[in-house]
Design a protein around this ligand. Structure first.
Ligand SMILES: [Mn+2]
Length: 542
């Protein structure tokens, strides 16, 4: 079951929030195979918050971006060994499961990753010319070689070479005396050799093919090393002894870049490509704990977050990381400037007053059950986007949806709108920075990047007093977003007209509107940013 995000635009307004929630609900009714989750790309505006609270509908999930990250591709460790475990077990894991890497954990502490490369290196190291020396961990011997300890000396770990006592007694004694570091001796039922080895103080003896009688005759009273009785023959005993070495000795610690689960897919892929390792460990960016590893196989396909765009279709107004995501559907009432998609998708775009009208229409078309909270939510979205159906963007379809919802749930539309716009305020009651940015849209036209915010008020009376503060807020937003022009459409929902506060734009231009004072224009009858203001701005730019 895939999780599919249903997302409105950045700086979400009532229509974006309402259509994302209501459309997710419809999709979940129609499609049981996937899970549709409404998301918000920023904090809700006052109106949306009040409507959701009033209807008892939870706020959408806040999502910062949809970049693909390591967290969706790393692999949890299933093959784990303790640093003391014998190489024998590691080799068995490879024979049975051929894992890409095996994790070495000392309790909760991450020690390293081992791959077939380290096993190869271990056996190659044995053939570098000199007699190899091993770290023999005594407690591993019975785990690997069938047999028992006749005596355990004081040392748990012995650093020694391995020697076989198969030669003639005299040759053997000479060899022993010539040895630099004393070896661990593997020897059969040869009592003279055994006695010489005990006297020479070798660190340990492994006896093969011993008779009961022979064992009785060995005097260990003055010997401090270990004696192990193997049930295997000499060749097999030596082979297994080399495999009893702890995996810890195979770990070579290098300073590699730390991979965390929040790292971007492409970044981690690049690091792994540069590295000579088969796998790199992954740590939680929150707790710093080891959580798994990445291998090259993790990066064959980038997992893409599936997303339905509602109430917008332009990448610039959409969730950051959209380029990593898979757009599966678009539901919108704006001009079309959608990103290229990889697969065929469904687009429902219609020049109606609100995306919620399209969602309402889809509920009708699918005869899906529309419950009262969702119906009221759609009504709020339509009324907000069309300014109570007064905006020139409002169509007969919007009006039809409103009248059907109102009659189905006996809603007094005037009272509904009065409550919906009761948060409408005056400019001086708002924080300029917030008012300018809360419903702010960025456009790119004629190679000019500019942005227009919109705010609804119930009076213009205080505009002159606060003009400078709003212009300053627009200037800093212009800088922060690296734009060439920023403006705020201040819409009076009562008198159905707007004022535009605009920063200076470099070229000589002349807006069709009357400039009432420096940077403030009067826009009679203008309620819609996209349908009325935007065409005029584009005209000026082109
Ligand atoms: Mn809309």
């Amino acid at each position: 079951m895939a999780q599919i995000y249903v997302s409105g635009h950045r700086n979400p307004d009532m229509d974006s929030i309402a259509s994302a929630i209501a459309y997710s609900r419809l999709k979940n009714i129609l499609d049981g195979e996937n899970q549709y989750v409404p998301i918000a790309l920023g904090p809700l505006n006052v109106q949306s918050k009040a409507v959701l609270e009033g209807l008892g509908i939870p706020s959408p999930l806040f999502v910062k971006d949809v970049f693909s990250r390591v967290c969706s591709v790393y692999r949890k460790p299933t093959m784990v060994l303790d640093p003391d475990d014998p190489v024998y077990e590691l080799v068995n894991m490879y024979n049975q499961n051929n894992p890409s890497v095996v994790t070495i954990m000392d309790g909760d502490e991450f020690r390293g990753l081992l791959s077939i490369d380290e096993i190869n290196r271990y056996f190659l190291r044995e053939n570098t010319g000199q007699r190899p020396v091993y770290d023999i961990l005594l407690r591993n011997i019975p785990r690997v070689i069938k047999g028992f300890f006749l005596k355990k000396g004081g040392q748990e770990m012995i650093h020694a070479a391995i020697m076989v006592g198969a030669m003639d007694y005299k040759v053997f004694c000479r060899r022993l005396s010539e040895c630099g570091t004393k070896p661990v001796l593997v020897v059969g039922n040869r009592l003279d050799h055994i006695k010489a080895a005990l006297d020479a103080g070798l660190p340990g003896l492994i006896l093969t093919g011993m008779s009961e009688d022979g064992l009785q005759q060995i005097d260990l009273s003055r010997y401090n090393g270990f004696v192990y009785v193997s049930h295997e023959d000499t060749a097999e005993t030596i082979r297994l002894l080399r495999l009893s070495v702890a995996v810890d000795t195979l770990l070579v610690h290098k300073n590699t870049v730390r991979i965390t689960d929040d790292m971007l897919f492409e970044t981690a892929k690049g690091i792994l490509a540069e590295s000579e390792e088969r796998g790199l460990p992954v740590f939680s960016h929150l707790t710093d704990e080891y959580i798994g590893f990445i291998t090259r196989r993790c990066f064959l396909n980038m997992p893409r977050q599936k997303i339905i765009m509602v109430d917008h279709n332009e990448a610039m107004q959409s969730v950051p990381g959209l380029e990593d995501a898979e757009i599966v559907e678009i539901l919108d009432h704006h001009r079309l400037d959608a990103p290229k998609t990889r697969n065929p998708i469904s687009i429902i775009a219609s020049p109606v007053g609100s995306t919620c009208t399209i969602v309402y229409d889809l509920y009708q078309r699918h005869s899906a059950d529309l419950d009262e909270p969702t119906a009221r939510l759609l009504l709020a979205g339509i009324s907000s986007d069309t300014v109570m159906l007064k905006s020139p963007t409002a169509t007969s379809l919007d009006m039809h949806a409103v009248s059907e919802i109102c009659s189905a749930f006996s809603i007094d539309y005037d009272a509904f709108c009065r409550e919906l716009f009761s948060n409408g305020s005056s400019l001086s009651s708002l924080d300029p920075a917030k008012a300018v940015s809360s419903d702010f849209k960025i456009y790119s036209e004629c190679a000019v990047r500019f942005g227009i915010g919109q705010v609804e008020v119930t009076t213009f009376s205080d505009l002159s007093d606060v003009r400078d503060r709003y212009l300053a807020a627009l200037e800093s937003l212009k800088k922060a977003e690296k734009l060439e022009w920023t403006m705020l459409l201040v819409t009076n929902v009562m008198s159905e007209e707007s004022m535009l506060i605009a920063t200076e734009y470099k070229k000589n231009y002349k807006l069709l509107y009357e400039e009432r004072e420096k940077g403030v224009y009067y826009l009679p009858g203008v309620l819609s940013r996209k349908k009325q203001l935007l065409p005029e701005i584009i005209r000026v730019l082109s």
